[in-house]
Write a new protein. Structure first.
Lengths: 453, 480
């Protein structure tokens, strides 16, 4: 497909990289020539210097021949305006990034009135991810499929772990829960395991199951998994805004530390139930005074990554709180693994993932479209959910037969049929309208048919 | 600096050269000549390339430094392998001469040391002309179109090999851009060949002459150059030469039916303007000096040579030494201006001349109003300051290299016209100059030292200085 991206910042660049790797042709528009040059040096894109809402610039980008138009510049208004203009001079699907909480309430209205295909709000998505992790503090990452019925999560194996030295065939019997290990990260390598794979010390295993089965497993592993009841947030930006809203609705105790007094005033206007504290959220003594030692969760959300990382490390040392750190930069994810600070949330990656998922769903593939896409372990594995269509190469074939025709490094992790969850064995088969979840190290699969050799 | 990716690129380019030798092999088979020189050369290409291409380098290791170095080394590698058919077939005895002839071929110069072209085997002649075609658009651009590379770094090769002050892609992917360029190039080539064949030119001549015109090279297959072709054939060659000197973006925009954008190009308009003005002045000049009696023939020859020189092709239909000084002077000026950026031609490039002229105009404005803030515009868009800076620096280095070359070649003791135009004609990739090395003469009488210097000039001129000069810079070879 031909895509145009307006905005060559972190999200725009990350997105361009994703789309180019998925095999699409990408044109990037920005008025910063330097940024474009740097991006074009590393990624195979066509850079065009200009304003994304300028009709001449859009004509220069040959918008008429494009299929998808994505506006991710820093300005919500520019994004909306350029999508409206793009929509009026071409048939491309338009996607705008809109972050302002004020507009976020009118997302549907804006989308319909302005004729956009999609509005994405990565800050809101990041807040949602943090919110989910606060419900299950034992997890470092959790994603859901099939409207939340199926979840995928990661468990770290330590010495004396009950699953240590067990093969995957035994796991289900031992734990008494209906789960499937779909990927293992071992010494920096990603493995898609088979049944006789043996779990070793320091593995990170990714598991697919339902929420109930996950709780079962936690009971067996004796993992404490009580949803957080109180939370300290440092930095009162957009994500903090969305997150506070969600946490308060859940009835949690929220304390926001913000250094800017005006922002504090605003927050306290919007969230009367929250405790808004005016002070420096990077000051250790100050944080201790705010009860960091006893709180259930600590979420640093300031605009500076380094401060977030440092306060997160400090919090890990002085308390048992669940720590979830926001990282804006996209080049730090491999460093994060070595820092051992519970969970990190990357709004830019989330945004790129959402759009990549949308673009793949548009490609109208054979056998069934991509419904959901998550990328794990530095994008080395992709977990995809497809809606199965009537494709005689896929449906109604026992998986024992289908299995030999699958590409290497690919497993069918689970099938969801009429709301029930099936960990597939050789006898099961995919039926029409099933949700099929695939785990693979291949990139860019856009249709269920693509899983076959 | 990542040596592995450079080795890979050079190896791939040599392999492609080995495969392209199939063209002269077919030609030699048709004329019943020995194909051994080409088979042996191909074997050498593959043998040299094999250890280089074995390991696929890591993605994303090709930065602009590696791009320049890989391009410079590739072209030097091509020279030393491309000359083997001349040596193996016994067409040329001296290694210096073979290097000169090969560099002249690949850089689309068309300067020759051969005194009797017609005595060469047809296969060798075909290879000689075909080198023009490969060198015109560039073998690395060809490689980009064929060999999949990962990462967005292919542009660094394209930038290093393609001529012009700022190189842009036509379509989002570099590989697709390279493909589009070669598709346009091939299409224009086929049209020219068919036109010449339709005008009853022998197929062999039609192919060789078209390869020369397409790459803006200028090797001919007859001792008389293009003089013995018919009027109609010469007109077709004129049009072809001028067409290949146009920026290929122009054809791309025409092709995708955005002719408004195509004709917006200031460079193309200046290029056509310069050509028309030159033809007019020269026609009047040669007629009034009584070189020609028929104004029509004068117009045809004026157009042919203006097209031939400004595009840096170097075909000739007559002895230009007989032309009056003004006409010769205009042709020497055209040598320096050269063709459009992004074409197959050489020289300074019309776009650089425009940028320099506009910078000068800006300096005038600054002299009048010292506080004025003024941007230079091109095609209705402001030009980045670093492009202007680069163009100024380019002109300086260009002139320095030119002067040094003239000094070295002048040691041969030839006339000043010979010395000056020899350097101008090789450095700008034209071919023939004036006097001894004029359109009906050749470079065989120069010393070996001069041939080496001129060979280097041709390479430096074709690759626009930096890829070759960087090979000699100490900093290039530092690890860090």
């Amino acid at each position: 497909m031909n895509a145009v991206i307006v905005g060559c910042g972190k999200v725009g660049t990350e997105l361009a990289k994703t789309l180019v790797n998925d095999g699409h042709d990408v044109t990037v528009i920005d008025n910063d020539e330097k940024a474009l040059e740097q991006a074009a040096e590393a990624i195979d894109i066509l850079p065009i210097c200009g304003n994304g809402a300028d009709i001449n610039t859009l004509k220069e980008a040959d918008l008429k021949s494009k299929d998808i138009f994505i506006a991710v510049s820093p300005s919500d208004e520019l994004n909306l305006l350029s999508c409206v203009i793009a929509g009026s001079i071409s048939t491309a699907k338009t996607i705008a990034r809109v972050r302002n909480p004020l507009y976020s309430k009118e997302t549907e209205f804006l989308k319909n009135k302005l004729g956009l295909s999609k509005i994405i709000n990565p800050e809101h998505a990041a807040a949602l991810e943090i919110y989910k992790l606060l419900q299950y503090p034992a997890l470092t990452r959790m994603d859901s499929f099939a409207n939340g019925k199926v979840v995928i999560f990661t468990v770290h194996i330590t010495s004396e772990h009950p699953l240590l030295g067990k093969s995957l065939q035994e796991v289900r019997g031992i734990t008494g829960s209906n789960i499937l290990v779909c990927a293992v990260e071992r010494k920096g390598e990603v493995i898609i395991p088979s049944g006789n794979f043996v779990i070793e010390d320091d593995d990170a295993i990714s598991i697919v199951s339902t929420l109930d089965e996950m709780k079962n497993l936690f009971r067996f592993l004796k993992v404490k998994n009580k949803a957080a009841q109180s939370c300290i947030i440092t930095g009162g930006g957009t994500i903090a805004h969305y997150l506070t809203d969600m946490l308060l609705k859940k009835g949690m105790h929220v304390r926001i530390v913000e250094i800017n007094e005006d922002k504090c005033q605003k927050l306290s206007e919007v969230f009367p139930e929250a405790e808004v504290i005016h002070g420096d959220g990077t000051d250790k003594a100050f944080l201790m005074k705010q009860g960091l030692g006893k709180v259930d969760a600590f979420v640093p959300l300031t605009g500076i990554d380094e401060e977030n990382i440092i306060t997160a490390t400090f919090a890990k040392n002085v308390s048992d709180a669940k720590v979830i750190t926001k990282i804006s930069r996209t080049d730090l994810n491999d460093v994060m693994d070595e820092l051992h600070i519970d969970s990190a949330v990357f709004p830019k990656f989330i945004c790129a993932d959402i759009i990549a998922q949308y673009v793949r769903a548009q490609s109208n593939g054979v056998g069934g479209n991509v419904e959901t896409l998550y990328r794990y372990l530095d994008n080395r594995i992709e977990i995809l959910e497809f809606k199965a269509k009537d494709d005689k190469d896929i449906v109604n074939i026992p998986l024992a037969l289908l299995g030999v025709r699958l590409k290497d490094n690919m497993i069918i992790a689970c099938i969801v049929r009429d709301g029930s969850f099936i960990i597939p064995s050789g006898k099961n088969m995919i039926k029409e309208n099933d949700s099929v979840i695939i785990v693979t190290t291949h990139h860019g699969i856009s249709a269920l048919h693509g899983i076959l050799k | 600096m990542d040596i592995s990716i450079i080795a890979y690129v050079v190896g791939m380019a040599l392999s492609i050269e080995g495969i392209l030798l199939i063209i002269p092999v077919i030609c030699a088979l048709i004329y019943g000549e020995s194909i051994m020189p080409f088979i042996l050369t191909a074997a050498v290409c593959f043998a040299v390339a094999f250890p280089f291409t074995g390991v696929k380098p890591a993605a994303g290791s090709l930065f602009s430094k590696e791009g320049y170095v890989a391009t410079g080394l590739t072209w030097i590698g091509l020279t030393f392998t491309g000359m083997l058919p001349f040596l193996f077939s016994g067409s040329i005895d001296s290694v210096y001469d073979a290097v000169f002839e090969t560099v002249s071929g690949y850089t689309t110069t068309g300067a020759s040391i051969l005194t009797d072209v017609e005595a060469l085997p047809k296969g060798v002649l075909m290879w000689r002309s075909f080198m023009h075609w490969i060198g015109g658009m560039g073998i690395l651009v060809f490689m980009l179109a064929l060999v999949p590379f990962t990462g967005g770094t292919q542009m660094n090769i394209m930038k290093a090999e393609s001529p012009g002050p700022s190189i842009s892609k036509l379509v989002p992917r570099a590989a697709d851009s390279a493909k589009v360029l070669y598709q346009l190039y091939t299409a224009l080539t086929v049209v020219t060949v068919l036109a010449l064949i339709a005008l009853r030119m022998p197929v062999f001549d039609a192919l060789c002459i078209t390869f020369g015109a397409a790459g803006t090279g200028g090797f001919s297959v007859l001792n008389s150059g293009c003089a013995s072709y018919t009027m109609a054939q010469q007109v077709v060659i004129t049009i072809a030469m001028i067409a290949f000197g146009v920026n290929f973006n122009f054809y791309f925009f025409l092709f995708i039916k955005r002719s408004k954008l195509a004709f917006k190009s200031e460079e193309v308009r200046w290029y056509i303007g310069i050509i028309l003005a030159s033809i007019l002045i020269i026609t009047v000049n040669i007629c009034s000096h009584g070189v020609y009696t028929s104004p029509l023939i004068a117009l045809k020859d004026a157009a042919f040579h203006v097209g031939s020189i400004i595009t840096t092709t170097g075909y000739a239909t007559t002895d230009l030494n007989l032309w009056p000084n003004l006409s010769q002077g205009i042709l020497v000026l055209l040598m320096f201006i050269g063709a459009c950026a992004g074409s197959t031609g050489g020289g300074l490039k019309v776009s650089r001349v425009i940028l320099l002229a506009k910078s000068y105009k800006r300096e005038l404005a600054v002299a009048l109003h010292p506080d004025i803030v003024k941007k230079v515009h091109m095609d209705g868009k402001p030009v980045e300051e670093n492009v202007l800076r680069n163009t100024g620096a380019y002109l300086f280095v260009y002139l320095v290299i030119f002067c040094i070359s003239v000094l070295i070649v002048s040691m041969d003791g030839e006339s000043w016209v010979t010395t000056f135009t020899a350097v101008a004609a090789t450095y700008n990739n034209i071919g023939p100059g004036f006097d001894v090395i004029g359109s009906m003469g050749n470079y065989s009488s120069l010393s070996d030292l001069s041939k080496v210097v001129l060979s280097l000039d041709m390479l430096i001129g074709r690759l626009e200085i930096f890829p070759i000069m960087l090979l000699f810079a100490k900093d290039t070879w530092r690890k860090f």
